[in-house]
Design a protein around this ligand. Structure first.
Ligand SMILES: CN1c2c(nc(N)[nH]c2=O)NC[C@@H]1CNc1ccc(C(=O)N[C@@H](CCC(=O)N[C@@H](CCC(=O)N[C@@H](CCC(=O)O)C(=O)O)C(=O)O)C(=O)O)cc1
Ligand SMILES: N[C@@H](CCS)C(=O)O
Ligand SMILES: [Zn+2]
Length: 762
């Protein structure tokens, strides 16, 4: 009998219960007990939903109060020395100090956060030390297992394997790989396996997501070594080795060689790997088939999925087949049933997490009981798949003709950067080291509430517009008073920098409650890109014009770039991403040229997700970079020389893609650098980045107000690397998550720092 499994469920809760609990706890409105009780209720609900849907092996340990990588760092004793501070009294104080920093009692920054593979989820980067000692700290995990077993006896613990855990972290103060710590870490995993045996677990999900990467010999050896070493301690446990987001490719033979009871295949990333897996699966091994897309929202083609499952079952026997999603459902919204406003036709094409569970159960029944047992479900599914495939809404000839007519000159500015720079200098008349910000200003609860009231009809369109204009005007006046050189309108009208555009572009629908965790309590609601994309009217021009009408200083037009809109949306899977990106680029190009025509002289096109979209395998990267850069250039190059194009990037290591960043040919790029004390900028210097750069001089992720002097030092460092006439002064990223008092204080210090450095240079 094939088994229904799941690799992980969204932890934020159907109504973002965990978000509200966390934020209340952080603001002191509730205590630890209420937080933990509330979190346990969300976890329990998740298990119930999964069990009711017919999932036998429900995951346990996938839930987290903030981040599962942080949980595992702590479970193996990886609390950096600074956080072993006696002033952090409780386990929770320490946990959240590591996740978010603290200024209560101890003064500690947050640990580094970065992207989880190629997703928009961010994890906390474990910090290992050369003298790292490990010990098992898994009591809460074991308690969770007991609680899950009460819901479903075959609950399956999710363990982040030792090789991935080490490699996802950084070994501080050493140039060696964190894998040098592996032998010290393995006894902790050995102890954990003993506890899982004691708990009566049968299967364990052994996540080694690094298998999705190109692996060097050291990592391959580490995987072999770790599992060979631990296999003596498996006892009754059966390990399913899991990786996701990519096919296993050349790592596939290695995965099946390892002493594991099953290997998981992300068959959404690459269906073709099933055939190869059937060649390598050993007689005693099972196959875990990731047939339901865990990170997108489309209904699974069940007839096709069942055919795959049947092929596997025929080859190895259905008792050796596990069926599940391609990856954890962490990256999917919770429940499509909550969506009462999505267009009925599009809704019939969608499946969120709860619907995906039902799909898994249907595939399993089809394999175990025969297709007839689920004939209705298969029939309905086939109809939905057919209407989606043939709908006119997914094929707009006007859009397709326009995309087909794009010529190389549409991706080139009229002249070289040097010529443009002099036209822009003449027009903008900016001082040396111009100061600016990245776009958003605080999204206060009043701003969000006004939007919420407008949506509920409690504010009229005119009232809401007036409110937004007032906020914008206040923001402009504050920037003028601070003495910033290039202003922004503040983005008060935007719920999110991608969803806002999804709401306005044809080819998208937006959900009401399709939240996905981005980091900690912060969530995003990716718009759903189902069809051909077209702009029906200007999206940002009226607000940009209004903001510019308030001041003599230049106000930057603010757009999100095509690659970022693509990466942060749920994107159609019926055509190559490059084609979809090209359509978005054309829509943004229209907006760019309309902003220019409206008199906006500086236009920023944000591309913070350019790096995130990079394929995990090196061999696939050049192709992606070529079309992604091409899309940005298509979006940005329809303007005249004197119109200055900015771009912005954050949350990533840029150095490996520097040549592509230079190819974007933006006149100015602002980048996140302050957390690395401008180290990132060294790459730009060494590479001899040709255009202007604004390295972030302060970290916007923390409420801490930086001093003028520290920013003077950072700028001085910047001048060592980049010619001063090409340097800009700005924060790391937008200020939407911050509060006004700290924003004003920080920007005041930033403007002072720029002016002090100008004086030093005069
Ligand atoms: C730059 N980042 C972004 C990423 N991805 C995006 N799609 N967008 C990004 O900006 N990835 C990388 C980073 C991740 N960073 C962040 C930072 C901040 C957030 C965030 O603050 N998210 C908000 C939700 C934002 C939103 O869409 N809000 C809506 C709905 C607001 C809401 O909940 N309204 C309540 C009432 C609120 C009240 O009364 O106060 C309601 O309707 O019930 C809006 O503004 O209209 C969050 O809260 O998590 C995300 C990623
Ligand atoms: N313009 C956006 C970019 C965030 S990456 C902002 O300022 O929030
Ligand atoms: Zn940013």
């Amino acid at each position: 009998m094939a088994i229904a499994t799941n690799l992980g469920f969204p932890r934020i809760g159907g109504k973002r219960e965990l978000k509200w609990l966390l934020e209340k706890y952080w603001s002191g409105k509730i205590g630890a007990e209420a937080l933990l009780e509330g979190a346990a209720a969300v976890r329990e609900q998740n298990w119930q939903w999964q069990a009711e849907a017919g999932i036998t092996q429900i995951p346990v340990g996938d839930f987290s109060l903030y981040d599962h990588v942080l949980d595992w760092a702590i479970r193996v004793g990886g609390v950096p020395a600074a956080y072993q501070n006696g002033k952090l009294v409780s386990h929770l104080d320490r946990y959240f100090a590591m996740a978010r920093g603290t200024q209560k009692g101890a003064d500690l920054p947050a640990m580094e956060m970065t992207k989880w593979f190629n997703t928009n989820y961010h994890y906390i980067v474990p910090e290992w030390s050369a003298d790292q000692a490990f010990h098992l700290d898994a009591a809460p995990f074991l308690e969770e297992i007991t609680a899950a077993q009460a819901v479903s006896p075959d609950a399956r613990p999710v363990v982040l394997g030792p090789v991935s855990l080490l490699l996802l972290g950084k070994l501080k103060g050493a140039s060696e790989s964190p894998l040098v710590l592996l032998d010290r870490l393995l006894p902790v995993y050995q102890e954990l396996l003993a506890k899982l045996n004691e708990a009566g677990c049968a299967w364990v999900q052994w996540d080694e997501p690094v298998l999705a990467w190109d692996l060097d010999e050291a990592t391959r050896t580490a995987l072999k070594h770790s599992l060979a070493h631990l296999s003596d301690h498996f006892g009754n446990l059966k390990l399913v080795l899991t990786s996701y987001f990519e096919s296993l490719r050349e790592n596939l033979p290695l995965a099946f060689e390892l002493p594991v009871a099953a290997v998981h295949l992300d068959l959404v990333a690459e269906p073709g790997q099933l055939e190869e897996a059937l060649q390598h699966v050993r007689a005693e091994q099972s196959l875990s088939l990731g047939l339901v897309d865990g990170r997108n929202v489309w209904r699974t083609d069940l007839n096709r999925a069942v055919a795959f499952a049947e092929t596997a079952a025929k080859a190895v026997g259905s008792e050796r087949v596990l069926i599940g999603p391609s990856c954890s459902l962490l990256h999917s919204p919770v429940d499509l049933e909550a969506e009462t406003a999505i267009d009925a036709e599009v809704k019939s094409w969608l499946a969120f997490s709860r619907q995906k569970l039902a799909e898994i159960a249907t595939i399993v029944r089809a394999v175990n009981e025969g297709r007839d047992a689920v004939a209705n479900a298969l029939h309905q599914n086939a109809e939905a798949i057919h209407t989606r495939r043939t709908s006119r809404r997914t094929h707009n000839p006007v859009v397709r003709d326009r995309a087909a007519a794009v010529l190389p000159e549409h991706r080139r500015r009229g002249t070289e950067y040097g010529t443009r720079q002099s036209s822009q200098k003449k027009r903008l008349k900016l001082p040396l080291l111009p100061t600016t910000t990245i776009g958003s200003f605080p999204q206060t609860s009043q701003v969000r509430q006004a939007r919420s009231q407008f949506r509920k009809g409690e504010l009229t369109d005119a009232e809401y517009q007036r409110y937004l204009e007032q906020e914008t005007e206040t923001c402009i006046r504050r920037q003028e008073a601070l003495g910033l050189d290039v202003l922004v309108h503040g983005e008060f009208e935007r719920n999110d920098m991608v969803e806002y555009f999804g709401e306005q572009l044809e080819g998208f629908v937006v959900s009401k409650a399709g939240w996905v965790q981005s980091y900690g309590s912060r969530c995003v609601k990716p718009p759903i890109l189902f069809g051909d994309v077209q702009r029906t009217e200007p999206m940002t021009v009226p607000m940009a014009k209004y903001a510019q009408s308030l001041t003599d200083r230049p106000v930057k037009g603010m757009l999100t770039g095509p690659v970022t809109i693509l990466c942060w949306s749920f994107v159609r899977d019926d055509q190559p991403r490059r084609e979809t990106c090209e359509q978005i680029a054309l829509a943004i190009r229209d907006e760019t040229t309309d902003l220019e025509a409206a008199g906006i002289g500086v236009i920023q096109i944000d591309e913070p997700a350019l790096r995130e979209g990079l394929p995990l395998r090196k061999g696939d990267q050049p192709d992606y970079l070529a079309w992604a850069v091409g899309a940005f250039r298509l979006a940005s190059s329809g303007v005249r020389d004197e119109t200055q194009i900015h771009t912005h990037m954050c949350y990533c290591e840029f150095n490996e893609i520097l040549p592509s960043i230079a190819c974007l040919d933006a006149d100015v790029i602002s980048i996140e650098t302050s957390r690395s004390q401008m180290e990132l900028l060294d790459g730009f210097g060494e590479f001899d980045y040709p255009n202007e750069i604004g390295p972030g001089v302060y970290d916007i992720h923390s409420p801490r107000v930086p001093s003028t002097q520290e920013m003077v030092q950072l700028l001085t460092k910047g001048i060592d690397v980049i010619p001063v006439e090409r340097l800009w002064v700005n924060p790391d990223c937008g200020l939407k998550t911050r509060a006004w008092p700290e924003v004003e204080a920080s920007l005041k210090a930033m403007v002072e720092a720029a002016s002090e450095v100008r004086t030093q240079l005069a």
